[in-house]
Design a protein around this ligand. Structure first.
Ligand SMILES: [Zn+2]
Length: 215
């Protein structure tokens, strides 16, 4: 189940039983007939998330049937779908901050690295930032730099496995972005670099937990 669908099911547990019912028209009609307007919209949205190449979702239903909290929840899960289930938003320059987003300022970033076994004082990190060897901030608000949780985590991994391989953070990130798991197709992979044999990098998939070597 997609992360965006799980989010819907956590608010509407009863919809779980209907997730497969879009496969034929009779079941579809029957499922929808048992639900109120709000539930219908979220079930159709879940059907779309689960099978975006085949299903349609009509934005008009959100406009006509939802308002207030449910409207805001629908927009949030749609954003999550694009961000977490498709990765289509990965390179965007615009940031959408949702309730679940976590951003780190410089001090939090340094603390995160230190707490995870990679000693960084605030001062040291500041020097790195000024030299341009850390990831670019994901957002800058009133002159203050913030890094997204995924960016901070990716930099920690870079420090641990790649910083001594004469690979810059941006090169490391680009190589990671180009890699998909050969077993499950997930883009949530971590590359590890083999210093003795650079062509034998190891890929670790965070979704299916498999590990393998690439040439
Ligand atoms: Zn995988």
């Amino acid at each position: 189940m997609k992360k965006s669908t799980q989010e819907i099911i956590s608010y509407f547990p009863s919809l779980k039983d209907y997730l497969q019912d879009n496969e034929n028209i009779l079941l579809t009609d029957e499922a929808l007939s048992k639900l109120n307007d709000t539930e219908q919209v979220f079930l159709r949205l879940a059907w779309f998330f689960e099978n975006p190449d085949k299903e349609n979702f009509n934005l008009e239903t959100i406009y006509k049937k939802l308002d207030g909290e449910w409207l805001s929840f629908a927009l949030q899960v749609i954003f999550e779908f694009f961000e977490k289930d498709t990765y289509l938003l990965q390179e965007t320059k615009f940031s959408v901050i949702t309730e679940g987003s976590v951003y780190y300022n410089l001090a939090d970033f340094a603390r995160y690295l230190t707490n995870n076994g990679c000693e960084f004082s605030r001062q040291k990190l500041n020097v790195y930032v000024k030299r341009g060897v850390t990831p670019d901030p994901d957002i800058i608000v009133a002159g203050v730099r913030y890094w997204a949780e995924g960016t901070v985590e990716s930099f920690l991994h870079y420090q641990k496995v790649a910083s001594e391989q004469q690979l810059t953070y941006n090169d490391y990130r680009d190589r990671n972005l180009k890699t998909v798991c050969k077993y499950c197709g997930s883009k949530k992979v971590r590359l590890e670099y083999n210093s003795y044999s650079p062509k034998q990098d190891k890929v670790k998939c965070l979704d299916c937990n498999r590990e393998y070597y690439v040439n």
